[in-house]
Design a protein around this ligand. Structure first.
Ligand code: NAG
Ligand code: NAG
Length: 600
């Protein structure tokens, strides 16, 4: 198993698009390659992160390894990323620590509404390292009902490795009753996000003159301890009036590529080069962990429908001697087969692999929607390819006939939006209450009942082998829609530099998403790997790093990136995690920034 080689890959960034690649030799020599292999970057590179306000570009997340990095790694260090996406003031009420070089002084006295703070913590790595720090929601502390004491406690425990957790002392939130204790996922040397979110008007409900009280167990969410499989249902009273242009949904990039079910020999030897999600995170697990927007790239492979991830190469030369490098395993054998001459050592044509089978995706979606009413799921199909007829031709798009077969297959998805029958309807202007029909089918579609069924919107956004848009008209009232029914701005950065990706995506958001009625905006929080990753890197490992930066950069203090007017409608990531962190960072946008809905 190879480690990811970031400096190497960064230095070798090639020109070309993701689908067609023409390039020079990968490495000057096999010696440089080996030296990179034996000096991989290590996890301590995040330890010099500064406060988010000081660097909106994101460059600090890439700060290089300091000289003391090795000794620093011996300690348990991380940052609690505390995001207060509520109208309330969090005030420190006290704490205690034992054998914690960095704890007490890191926690600020006050975390203001809308503020996001990185709190550095460090333990000595002894079993009895321990610490606590309490905060109270000031506006709730005298309320005394329904989680009304308003206090939570952050706790560090060293007894079985580093552990950061939250105890709900006298505060509650959706899914977190008073007395519960929730572990956060430890990210050594990096951000550990914890977000609280509530609607701005909640503040009024805490006023003692108003006759009713804010109930945090229903109107406060906390992440990562959201009920991720039902986060939309539990948020429905807050979200029911929001259209797709106003909602914000967690999405996954190349959603089917959590495993490899086939592919070209080089890719089979290096599955990490096309796998975008860890192998346990199939579409079904992504749904259960909160993802609601899916990027499905259908391929015909061996006569079956699968998802795929392919690149077309116009000749890329590999250095000779590569196959002698120890540790390359099966890849070395495949490289060996490419032959010795310069011409033979070129990669040509289609390289790539197939992920989850469509039948498995369909059955996972159906299982999910049967168990979880009230969730909105969007499936975007694009990049269709027929891998069975691959040749030296870069046009391997599916024909209209193949698309018709595929769309017929997609009719096996239950809970399609067959109630949306108006021809050419623009889905982006429909509120959640219209997108999700009532759970009880005998009720009229416009019934205000909060009990809703789940809906799957299937969008086909591709061209055929004859270079025309896929025609979806035969499936018009059967829950399959075409691209213009869901106007979205979606433009990826095409870079593997985290800082360049972040500034690219934020500047596109500033430009294209100035008010909630603008076209939807997809924040493509993904790094595009150059072709060398086929030999060296792992998409998932790079992506995990990008996901660690998401909360810090997106929620950076004082509305730098986001405001009530401006926020992403879809946040699309690779390496979507079971921990629900990305889900919570996005769900919080709906609660704190989106327009408020009338009471149901
Ligand atoms: C709180 O109530 C006041 C008075 O009714 C109102 O003007 C204000 O807009 C409300 N604030 C929010 C955030 O709803
Ligand atoms: C569908 O996905 C493709 C590939 O990511 C993207 O280019 C396109 O904009 C998406 N379309 C919609 C409607 O989301």
């Amino acid at each position: 198993m190879l480690l990811p080689l970031k400096p190497l890959v960064a230095a070798l960034a090639l020109t070309g698009t993701t689908t067609t690649v023409t390039a020079a030799p990968l490495f000057d020599s096999v010696t440089t390659f080996i030296s990179h292999l034996t000096n991989p970057p290590n996890a301590a590179q995040h330890l010099d992160l500064q406060t988010p306000g000081s660097d909106p570009t994101g460059l600090n997340t890439l700060s290089t390894l300091g000289s003391s990095a090795k000794s620093v790694l011996q300690k348990n260090q991380a940052y609690l990323l505390l995001i207060n996406a509520t109208p309330f003031t969090l005030r420190k009420t006290g704490g205690h620590s034992y054998q914690m070089p960095v704890w007490d002084a890191s926690f600020p006295e006050v975390v203001q509404p809308g503020e996001s703070i990185r709190i550095k913590i460090e333990a000595k790595t002894h079993k009895d390292d321990a610490a606590e720090m309490r905060y109270v929601i000031e506006e709730l502390k005298n309320q005394g009902q329904g989680g009304g004491g308003g206090e939570i406690e952050f706790q560090y425990r060293g007894h079985s490795g580093p552990l950061l957790q939250v105890e709900w002392k006298s505060l509650a939130s959706i899914n977190n009753p008073v007395g519960s204790v929730r572990a956060l996922t430890w990210h050594q040397g990096n951000n550990i996000p914890f977000l609280l979110s509530a609607a701005p008007s909640s503040l009024n409900d805490t006023s003692h003159n108003s006759g009713f009280f804010f109930d945090p167990s229903k109107h406060l969410i906390a992440s990562p301890s959201l009920p991720t499989n039902s986060w939309m249902k539990t948020s429905y009273p807050r979200l029911h009036c929001l259209t797709l242009r106003q909602l914000s949904l967690p999405g996954t990039h190349n959603s089917g590529m959590s495993l490899l079910t086939g592919g070209t020999p080089l890719v089979k030897a290096r599955p990490e080069s096309v796998q975008c999600h860890s192998s346990s995170m199939t579409v079904g697990s992504q749904l259960a962990s909160g993802a609601r927007w899916f990027d499905i790239r259908p391929v015909i492979a061996g006569g079956k429908w699968a998802t795929g991830h392919y690149t077309f190469f116009n000749g890329i030369k590999l250095p000779s001697g590569l196959e002698q490098i120890p540790g390359l395993g099966d890849l070395a054998k495949e490289l060996g087969k490419l032959g010795g001459g310069d011409k033979d050592r070129a990669l040509d044509g289609w390289q790539g692999g197939n992920g989850q089978l469509l039948s498995s995706i369909i059955s996972e979606i159906n299982t999910f929607t049967a168990q979880n009413p009230g969730e909105l799921i969007v499936i975007n199909l694009s990049h269709g390819l027929n891998t069975d007829t691959f040749s030296g031709n870069s046009n391997a798009h599916l024909s209209q006939q193949e698309w018709d077969t595929l769309m017929t297959e997609l009719l096996k998805i239950n809970n399609r939006a067959t109630h949306l029958t108006l021809p050419n309807i623009d889905l982006s202007y429909l509120p959640l209450s219209a997108l999700l029909p009532p759970l009880d089918p005998s009720l009229p579609l416009d019934s205000p009942t909060p009990l809703r069924a789940s809906t799957v919107l299937i969008i086909v956004d591709d061209i055929t082998s004859s270079n025309t848009r896929v025609d979806t008209s035969k499936f018009a009232s059967r829950g399959i829609f075409f691209r213009r029914q869901l106007s979205i701005f979606d433009s990826y950065a095409d870079t593997n530099s985290l800082s360049a990706m972040i500034s690219d995506q934020f500047s596109k958001m500033q430009q294209h998403r100035q008010k909630p009625n603008d076209d939807m905006f997809l924040l493509s929080w993904t790094l595009t790997q150059p072709v060398e990753t086929m030999i060296t890197g792992s998409i998932v490992q790079y992506a995990e790093e990008a996901n660690r930066a998401l909360g810090e950069k997106l929620w950076a203090g004082g509305g730098q990136q986001m405001s009530k007017e401006k926020y992403p409608n879809v946040v699309s990531v690779d390496a979507f995690g079971a921990d629900g962190e990305v889900t919570g960072l996005v769900a919080g946008i709906n609660w704190f920034l989106a327009e408020e809905c009338p009471a149901l």
